[in-house]
Design a protein around this ligand. Structure first.
Ligand SMILES: NC(=O)c1ccc[n+]([C@@H]2O[C@H](COP(=O)([O-])OP(=O)(O)OC[C@H]3O[C@@H](n4cnc5c(N)ncnc54)[C@H](OP(=O)(O)O)[C@@H]3O)[C@@H](O)[C@H]2O)c1
Length: 272
């Protein structure tokens, strides 16, 4: 199958105000010549990114302030995608985590992670597949994580949502495997982004640790995998080895190693 051409295509990136989403927007516009609709809650950051990209490329960049934890705002985004005949692809990238033992969490924290990482992704995916079916081309790409394959102690809510999105997207991909459009997942390991610091995970694994890759490198790998229509793209050799090993080794060993890796530092309960 030929490589997917993204030049002059309009691509929607959620969670584009920072981290991986921002890097994806830059990669798509600057390297691929794509046009963008960038979404997040922090509109000021989206406008700064828009100006940054416009200064360096001829891309068209639209900004949409949206809170994807709200059902009404998700529906409004879907209406926009359904009405705009030129939307080619959607990257569901917005996400959050919570670090610390689950028993210390307020149940509202569980609901917040579920709503953004799982409910929003499922709703936007289902709505966008309807758009792709009508158009007969394009793509849906959902960002999951290695935490979609290894249950992750002290990030249990996050890991639960990522397992859910991986399973949902794989099932959806199979339902539409004979379709002319593409459905896939991007499965990163650690990336040096605000998520690591805002969740407090950096107390265990520093944001700039060598095990975390830069957002730019992750974004480049993501777009390469997308263009080749890879059902599942894992960026970087270290992550690919890790991904393979975690499926070969006994599950209990893998779980224990994950518990040791993420165990909150002594003296803190990791609950923030
Ligand atoms: N960093 C890692 O180590 C890592 C590893 C594996 C997978 N990932 C995945 O990569 C994706 C991007 O995360 P990141 O690491 O780049 O983190 P990040 O820098 O914290 O970015 C998260 C993005 O999501 C947006 N967002 C958060 N809540 C939102 C809401 N209610 N409505 C709309 N947008 C919202 C944020 O924008 P606003 O705050 O402006 O709304 C921001 O742009 C996530 O799906 C994450 O699970 C990250």
């Amino acid at each position: 199958m030929s490589v997917m051409e993204l030049a002059d295509r309009l691509i929607v990136v959620t969670g584009a105000s920072s981290g991986l989403g921002r890097a994806l927007a830059v990669e798509l516009a600057e390297r691929e010549g794509a046009h963008l609709l960038i979404c997040a809650r922090r509109e000021d950051r989206l406008h700064m990114l828009q100006a940054d990209i416009l200064a360096r490329t001829g891309a068209r960049v639209q900004v949409l302030r949206t809170d994807l934890s709200r059902a009404t705002e998700r529906r409004a985004l879907l209406d926009t995608l359904a009405q705009d005949e030129t939307v080619f692809g959607l990257i569901n990238n917005a996400g959050m985590t919570r670090y610390g033992p689950m028993v210390f969490a307020d149940i509202d924290e569980f609901h917040a992670v579920m709503e953004l990482n799982l409910t929003a992704v499922v709703e936007l995916s289902l709505g966008f597949v309807e758009v792709l079916k009508r158009r007969g081309e394009g793509f849906l790409l959902n960002v999951t994580s290695e935490a979609a394959f290894v249950p992750t102690p002290y990030q249990g809510f996050y890991s639960t949502t990522k397992h859910g999105v991986q399973a949902f997207t794989d099932a959806l991909r199979m339902e539409y495997r004979r379709s002319p459009f593409f459905v896939g997942t991007f499965v990163p390991g650690g990336i040096r982004t605000d998520m690591i610091t805002s969740s407090g995970l950096d107390r265990r694994i520093p944001r700039d640790s060598r095990v975390n890759m830069t957002a730019e490198k992750a974004a480049a790998a993501c777009v390469r995998g997308l263009k080749r229509r890879r059902a599942l793209t894992v960026p970087g050799m270290l992550n690919r080895i890790n991904h393979a090993l975690t499926r070969l080794l006994p599950r209990e060993w893998v779980l224990r190693a994950a518990e040791r890796l993420y165990r909150p530092p002594a003296g803190g309960n990791g609950s923030g």
